[in-house]
Design a protein around this ligand. Structure first.
Ligand code: DI6
Ligand code: FE
Length: 407
């Protein structure tokens, strides 16, 4: 699939040349064969496979300690996410486990989760901090996220989620926490080169509009773009605030007004839909996709992989849920995990479509038509991945029916 007007940007009988880490040429298969023979360039025959841009998971909390399976059991017995959060559980229990975890163990568990995402064709992952809520632990989370990209053939974008929950030690000093998190900590982490963007959980159980704005303003002063967790449980006007600061994305958006959708479209802020959390919380009011469409807002889809509300390491499953639960078309969902996800990370010039000059990140699937990537529940049709021009080791590229020379 390449950028273009055909549905899915589909292009049949195509070939693509890679030079170094970049896509150097796209054209017809016959022409490619002739050029390759003339220049003695090795050729891989992918007959029958679909190629997409490498998938991008643009919203994850991939680095954390412990898990929250007991909380899941409680929720199934009728205790709500808000009740658990107000009783000191929820995010705060993961904060405790994350603070207690050594970098090695955080790296080991995050590697497992990243590998599962990658096996489906994901080549870029956004990773948020936010379970440290103190400088040292936030730094450790961000360092582990950076380390992931050094150890694995995947790109990582780090997001400093400075305002995720109020930690226990600051219950009586809320303003001090917000001040530190948006001030000294942000500056230190940004100066250490650990922050690609910032984020805040703007919600009645988390941080107010004014507190979120404090972080967004500080980020702006440092030249950093933002994401905002907006409208997951209530509409507090967080989408409008994200738009005011030209945030890269506003995420969740189950509670969003027509004005909010229009504001996102006008500022070019991507609406990131997170059906895994919606599903796990058994919510019943999907994001207003028709409003977003009408407004012309770009929609992305991500896993929101986190231990509390979305223990999901399958972006393809998130695509299925975006279609089944939110009413996206498979074409919209796939754009949401490629071109619009790239835009949600500010990387649209570099990633998200198969175009000459962009990074050679792509995935190969054994499917008959692209909608199958959304249709299958729990199957993984990915048979090969190329990241930055390199075939990912261990990928089961070239299944028997497509081996060179086979019919
Ligand atoms: N919204 C979410 O769904 C996650 N964070 C957030 O701001 C939940 C994180 C958690 O419950 O651990
Ligand atoms: Fe999240």
């Amino acid at each position: 699939m390449v950028a273009g007007a055909a549905p899915y940007g589909k292009r049949g009988g195509a070939a693509l040349a890679v030079k170094g880490a970049r896509i150097a040429w796209i054209g017809g298969a016959a022409e490619a064969a002739a050029k390759a023979a003339a220049n003695q360039v090795p050729v891989e025959d992918c007959r029958g496979l679909w190629m997409t841009p490498g998938l991008i998971d643009c919203h994850t909390h991939l680095v954390f300690g412990g898990n929250r399976v007991e909380e899941y059991e409680k929720r199934l017995c009728g205790v709500s996410y808000e009740e658990i959060a107000r009783a000191g559980g929820g995010i705060r229990s993961t904060v405790e486990a994350t603070r207690a975890a050594a970098a090695d163990s955080l790296l080991a568990s995050a590697t497992l989760r990243a590998t599962r995402l990658m096996s489906e064709g994901v080549t870029t992952i956004e990773v948020k901090s936010g379970y440290g809520l103190e400088l040292a632990a936030e730094r450790r989370m961000l360092e582990v996220a950076r380390e992931l990209s050094r150890r694995l053939p995947v790109s990582v974008r780090t997001t400093y989620l400075g305002l995720h929950a109020l930690p226990l030690e600051h219950q009586a000093s809320r303003a001090v926490f917000v001040e530190q998190a948006s001030g000294a900590w942000l500056e230190t982490l940004a100066n250490a080169g650990l922050v690609d963007a910032v984020d805040a959980f703007c919600e009645n159980i988390a941080f107010t509009l004014a507190e979120t704005e404090q972080l967004l303003r500080a980020a702006q002063d440092l030249g950093l773009r933002a994401h905002v967790h907006a409208g997951q449980l209530t509409d507090m006007g967080a989408a409008e605030l994200a738009a005011k600061y030209a945030a890269l994305s506003a995420d969740h958006l189950e509670y969003l007004s027509a004005g909010g959708a229009a504001a996102l479209a006008a500022s070019g802020t991507v609406a990131v839909l997170l059906p895994g959390a919606y599903f796990m919380l058994r919510q019943s009011n999907p994001p207003p996709v028709p409003l977003l469409r009408q407004a012309g807002a770009a929609m992305a889809v991500a896993t929101d992989c986190n231990p509390g509300t979305s223990p999901c390491t399958s972006l393809l499953l998130a695509l299925n849920m975006a279609c089944t639960l939110f009413g996206l078309t498979p074409e919209e969902a796939l754009a949401g995990a490629t071109r619009h996800a790239a835009r949600a990370l500010g990387l649209e010039a570099e990633l998200g479509t198969l175009e000459v000059g962009k990074r050679a990140d792509f995935a190969l699937y054994q499917i008959e038509r692209p909608a199958e990537l959304c249709y299958n529940l729990g199957a993984n049709p990915c048979v090969g991945v190329v990241h930055a021009g390199e075939m990912r080791p261990g990928a089961s590229y070239m299944p028997a029916r497509c081996a060179p020379g086979s019919p």
